[in-house]
Design a protein around this ligand. Structure first.
Ligand SMILES: Nc1ncnc2c1ncn2[C@@H]1O[C@H](COP(=O)(O)OP(=O)(O)OP(=O)(O)O)[C@@H](O)[C@H]1O
Length: 206
C-alpha cells in the first residue's frame, strides 16, 4: 500500500523537453515525505502526476495499486488530493465557505475550520484562513494520500505553523501519506520523516 511513481517521464508537449525525467518515489500510509529541488526541476509537475491530474508519458503512477483518479460512477473521490499554494484560486468566489465544504461531503467541520468562517465568501477571509479551508476540503474527502505543493509559501509564520499543525495532526490520526513539496528545506526537515531531492537533470534521490 503506497503512493508510487516508478520511472516517470513527462513533457508538456511532444515538441518540448521532458520536464520530469525518470523520477521514482514512494509515500507510505501515514508517512510524510518532503520533496525539494531547484526552481523548474519539475516538483509541481511530479505532484500533479502523483495526483493523477496529468498522465505520465512513460512510467507509472499508482495509489495502492491503482491509477490515482476519482471513481465518478460510484461517487468515490480521488484517493490522492492535491493542495496548492494559492488557496483563494481553489475556492469558487460565488460560494460561501460552508457550501464549499459541503461539496466535499463535510458533515462536521468543527475541528478543521472555525465556525466563524463558514458564512463568509472567499474574499472575506485571509490567505491563511483560505489555506485552512482548502486543506479541510481536501481532508474531508478522506484521502489516502495528500500532495501539499508549497501550501504555506504565501503565509506568515503563525498561519504557516497552524496549517502544518492541522495537516500533520490529521495525517497522523488518519494514516494519510503526505508528499510535501517545498523550496523551504528547514520547513521540510521539520515536518517530513524523510526528504528527497529532485535535481534538475534526472530522478529523485535521497
Ligand atoms: N502548463 C505548463 N505548460 C508548459 N510547461 C510547463 C507547464 N507547467 C510547468 N511547465 C514547465 O515545466 C518545468 C517544470 O515546472 P514545475 O512547475 O514542475 O517545476 P518546479 O520544480 O515545481 O518549479 P518551482 O519550484 O519554480 O515551482 C518548467 O520548465 C516549467 O516552465
Amino acid at each position: 500500500m503506497t503512493l508510487e511513481a516508478r520511472d516517470v517521464w513527462f513533457r508538456y508537449s511532444r515538441t518540448t523537453p521532458w520536464v520530469v525525467r525518470g523520477a521514482s518515489l514512494t509515500v507510505g500510509p501515514g508517512e510524510v515525505v518532503g520533496l525539494h529541488g531547484p526552481s523548474g526541476a519539475g516538483k509541481s509537475t511530479l505532484g500533479r502526476l502523483l495526483a493523477g491530474h496529468v498522465a505520465p508519458g512513460r512510467g507509472t503512477v499508482s495509489a495502492d495499486g491503482r491509477p490515482p483518479a476519482p471513481d465518478r460512477r460510484r461517487g468515490v473521490p480521488n484517493p490522492v488530493q492535491l493542495v496548492l499554494q494559492h488557496a483563494h484560486l481553489a475556492l469558487d468566489p460565488r460560494w460561501k465557505i460552508r457550501a464549499a465544504l459541503a461539496e466535499a461531503g463535510a458533515a462536521d467541520t468543527a475541528d478543521l475550520v472555525p465556525p466563524s468562517l463558514l458564512d463568509r465568501f472567499p474574499h472575506e477571509i485571509s490567505g491563511g484562513e483560505a489555506q485552512r479551508v482548502a486543506l479541510a476540503r481536501a481532508l474531508l474527502t478522506r484521502p489516502r494520500y495528500l500532495v501539499a505543493d508549497e501550501i504555506s509559501a504565501s503565509l506568515d509564520p503563525i498561519s504557516q505553523a497552524e496549517v502544518w499543525h492541522l495537516l500533520l495532526a490529521t495525517a497522523r490520526a488518519d494514516g494519510i501519506g503526505v508528499l510535501a513539496v517545498s523550496h523551504d528545506r528547514p520547513l521540510l526537515d521539520a515536518v517530513a520523516d524523510r526528504v528527497l531531492a529532485l535535481d534538475d537533470t534526472t530522478a529523485v534521490t535521497t
